[in-house]
Design a protein around this ligand. Sequence first.
Ligand SMILES: [Fe+2]
Ligand SMILES: [Fe+2]
Length: 177
Amino acid sequence: MFDIIEDPSDTAMVDAIALLKSDHRKTEDLFVQYETSDDEDEKTALAHQICTELKIHTLIEEEIFYPALEGKIKDDTLEEAFVEHDGAKVLINDIEAGTAADEYYDAKVKVLSEEVKHHVKEEEMPDVGMFAQARAAEIDLMALGAELKARKLELVAQADNEGLPPAKPTVVTTAFA
Ligand SMILES: [Fe+2]
Ligand SMILES: [Fe+2]
């Protein structure tokens, strides 16, 4: 199901930014599949897959990638990224708890896709985006890529076995029950 992570025995080195960008492309593709589907069960499965992908992606960024950038890129860039992640988590948990038969479901998935699009642009923007700032800084992106990949494999296995818990906020303090 989670085909972006390759064969776990694949030990090929991967650049941190290449790994994160490949997650972004995968999620964009899933949103397009959702929008073009008119089968309720398929839409529910796609929406739930999007949520799992996004939970894993935000976790590995927040646990490993963002902390490695602290003090090396602009504080604003990192702080806004954390807040954007927390904003998306509200819809991720809500979408995951429902199905495409629910009222407002398409709207929730659409708004989540717009939030993600904005956030991905902030990360990938040429010259001034987070990734461009990281490339310009003294950061070992290959070592970081290995760490991201290892943690991602763990989380994919957890998602496939017992499932991941709902997304938890990191910096927004009052919006979650
Ligand atoms: Fe990202
Ligand atoms: Fe992010």
